[in-house]
Design a protein. Structure first.
Ligand code: ATP
Length: 242
């Protein structure tokens, strides 16, 4: 792989950070690290950025160990070798959510809420003022399609959210929001970052899979469609909308 290809994700991430003012000097950023490739690359990229650039911020990661992943050993070894701070929060709630799915709960929704609550409380207790999540351009487009298909609403995922709640640190940033999954996969392979497999039975959520398939079909007919969609959203002509 060419060097420019390896660095493509970094260029796209920096552009997003600058365009939406995601990072300010003095920030203490806690990355939600699932063990998957997106947040794995996010943690690596922010760690590099904090060491070699003029952004002046600190970064560490928290993994919520909810009981639905394979062994975390390689992640822990990576943290020690690269001298990167990875905290672990052990709370095996995921099995209980599976059991309650039968009662009409959405396990994925509840799991995401619980993880977010844990991240927020940890951030507050340890003086982190921002939480960074690994959502990508593909997550953004899938969410947008799902919102149209399921709720008749045009909404994606914002690059920065400022939430007020009793749980604490309410600023959530998504520096990979305009980075495509292909660049992420390539970078993770080249950098040999550790990837922990999820054992969650819901990880291929049906509605998200449908949205993903649809985007794949559009890309096959119209190469560059995803990029063009993002460009269109940044150039909205509100005088011609309803
Ligand atoms: N167990 C966890 N502990 C800490 N943060 C998490 C955990 N699971 C998810 N997150 C955070 O929430 C984000 C969105 O979660 P989601 O399950 O949609 O992940 P994803 O899109 O598959 O990304 P990844 O490749 O990072 O797992 C992740 O990118 C990560 O930042």
């Amino acid at each position: 792989m060419q060097r420019w290809e390896q660095m493509l994700y970094m260029k796209q991430m920096r552009r997003t950070i600058d365009a939406y003012h995601l990072i300010e000097p003095g920030d203490r950023i806690l990355v939600g690290l699932s063990g998957g490739k997106d947040s794995g690359l996010l943690f690596h990229a922010l760690s590099e950025l904090s060491r070699f650039s003029g952004y002046h911020f600190e970064v560490a990661a928290l993994t919520v160990v909810h009981g639905m992943t394979e062994s975390l050993d390689s992640l822990i070894q990576y943290g020690q070798k690269a001298e990167r701070q990875i905290y672990l929060h052990q709370e095996a709630f995921a099995n209980r959510l599976q059991a309650s799915e039968a009662d009409g709960f959405s396990a994925c929704y509840t799991c995401a809420r619980m993880r977010k609550g844990i991240l927020k409380r940890f951030a507050k207790a340890n003086a982190f003022n921002k939480i960074a999540l690994g959502h990508t351009r593909d997550d953004f487009l899938e969410t947008m399609l799902m919102n149209v298909m399921q709720h008749g609403r045009l909404a994606g995922i914002p690059p920065i959210t400022r939430e007020k709640s009793s749980e604490g640190a309410g600023v959530i940033i998504r520096p990979l929001l305009l980075v495509d999954e292909k660049s992420i996969t390539k970078a993770v392979e080249t950098l040999k970052l550790p990837i922990i497999k999820s054992t969650c039975p819901y990880s291929a959520e049906k509605a998200r899979k449908t949205a993903d398939d649809l985007i794949g079909k559009l890309e096959a007919v119209l190469p560059g469609f995803s990029e063009q969609w993002i460009t269109a959203l940044q150039n909205m002509d509100t005088t011609r909308l309803l």
